[in-house]
Design a protein around this ligand. Structure first.
Ligand code: CA
Length: 293
C-alpha cells in the first residue's frame, strides 16, 4: 500500500516490529518482531524476503563484519547466521532476572554492540544499558533504566544520544570512542505528552535526530542543539517504534511499527499497524550502519 509519502515494504504486519538495520553490502533491510522472536530480511534488489525464528524474544540485531548478525535475545547476546540458520550463545545477560528482556540496541562507531533491557512487567528502573565489547566481555553502561530504547552517535564520534522511553527525554552523553566510556549526561530534548513517547532513533548526515514516536503516529526530526522538532512524517499507525536510513544512497527512511496492545476498534482503524514502512527519497540522508567487530 502507498500514499504520498510512505509505502509498506511487505504485505505483512508484525506484532511488535522494531530495530530496522540497513545491510548495504546486501541491499537488505532487516528488522525484528520482538515478541515473536523473528528476524525479517528483505532484499530490495531481488525483492526476496526471508525470516529467521530465534526461539526467544529478540530486542535488537546488528551486522557483523563477516556477514553474520549479533542479536540481543531475552537470555543474552547471540551470534546468528541467517543463511545457515545457525544460532550461537555468546554471553548470558541477566540470567537471574527472568522478568527482564532485551529491548533496543545498536553497534557503536568502534564496533561494540550496545543493548538495553527492560522489565516485561513494566517495573520502573529494572533495566540496564549494556555493551558487548570487542573481547566479548559485557559491561554495564547505565543502571536504573526503565525502557532502554533509541541510540545514536554523532558524526564526530564524541557524543551518544540515548532514550529511556518513560522519561520522554533524549539525553546526550560525552562518549569516548577508544574505550566506550560515557559521562556527563544532559537532557537535550523533551517530548511533550501529546507527541507520544520517544522510542527508536537514528541520525542523519546533518546531525539531526530522527525519533519514532510511540502513540504519536509519526517519525519526527529534531535538532539536538535547540531541542526543537524541525519536521515530521505522519504514518497510518499510532505505535511507531523505530527508524533507519537505507537504500542505495541512504536516502530512504525505513520505519517499524506495532499492533501490540491495540483494541479491536483501533485495529480496524489501523489495518497497517505492525507494517514496515518506507519513505523513499525522503529528502534526507543517513549515515552507514556500523559493523560489530
Ligand atoms: Ca523500541
Amino acid at each position: 500500500m502507498k500514499n504520498n509519502n510512505w509505502e509498506t515494504v511487505l504485505d505483512y504486519t508484525c506484532l511488535l516490529g522494531e530495530g530496522p538495520v540497513w545491510d548495504a553490502a546486501n541491499s537488505t533491510i532487516l528488522w525484528v518482531d520482538i515478541l515473536y522472536g523473528h528476524i525479517h530480511a528483505f532484499n530490495t534488489q531481488r525483492r526476496a524476503y526471508h525470516m529467521f525464528q530465534t526461539g526467544q524474544m529478540i530486542g535488537a540485531i546488528a551486522l557483523k563484519k563477516n556477514g553474520l548478525l549479533i542479536a540481543a535475545l531475552k537470555s543474552g547476546f547471540y551470534e546468528i547466521d541467517m543463511e545457515r540458520r545457525e544460532i550461537k550463545l555468546l554471553k548470558q545477560v541477566e540470567a537471574d532476572l527472568p522478568d527482564n528482556r532485551f529491548n533496543d540496541g545498536k553497534c557503536d562507531p568502534a564496533g561494540r554492540f550496545w543493548a538495553g533491557t527492560m522489565s516485561v512487567k513494566g517495573t520502573a528502573g529494572a533495566g540496564k544499558l549494556y555493551t558487548l565489547e570487542n573481547d566479548r566481555q559485557v559491561s554495564i553502561k547505565i543502571d536504573n533504566v526503565s525502557c532502554s530504547n533509541g541510540m545514536a552517535w554523532n558524526k564526530d564520534h564524541n557524543r551518544l544520544y540515548y532514550i529511556d522511553t518513560p522519561t520522554r527525554q533524549v539525553v546526550a552523553y560525552d562518549y569516548n570512542l577508544a574505550d566506550g566510556r560515557i559521562n556527563n549526561g544532559k537532557t537535550i530534548i523533551t517530548i511533550p505528552e501529546e507527541e507520544g513517547y520517544p522510542d527508536g532513533m537514528t541520525i542523519d548526515e546533518e546531525g539531526m535526530l530522527w525519533i519514532a514516536l510511540w502513540n504519536g503516529w509519526k517519525v519526527a526530526r529534531y535538532d539536538p542543539e535547540s531541542g526543537k522538532q524541525v519536521m515530521h512524517f505522519s504514518l497510518p499507525a499510532a505505535k511507531i517504534s523505530s527508524c533507519a536510513f537505507g537504500g542505495e544512497n541512504l536516502s530512504d527512511l525505513y520505519i517499524t511499527s506495532a499492533k501490540t496492545d491495540l483494541s479491536e476498534n483501533e485495529l480496524l482503524d489501523q489495518p497497517l499497524a505492525g507494517s514496515l514502512f518506507v519513505i523513499k527519497n525522503c529528502g534526507y540522508k543517513g549515515a552507514p550502519s556500523f559493523l560489530v567487530t
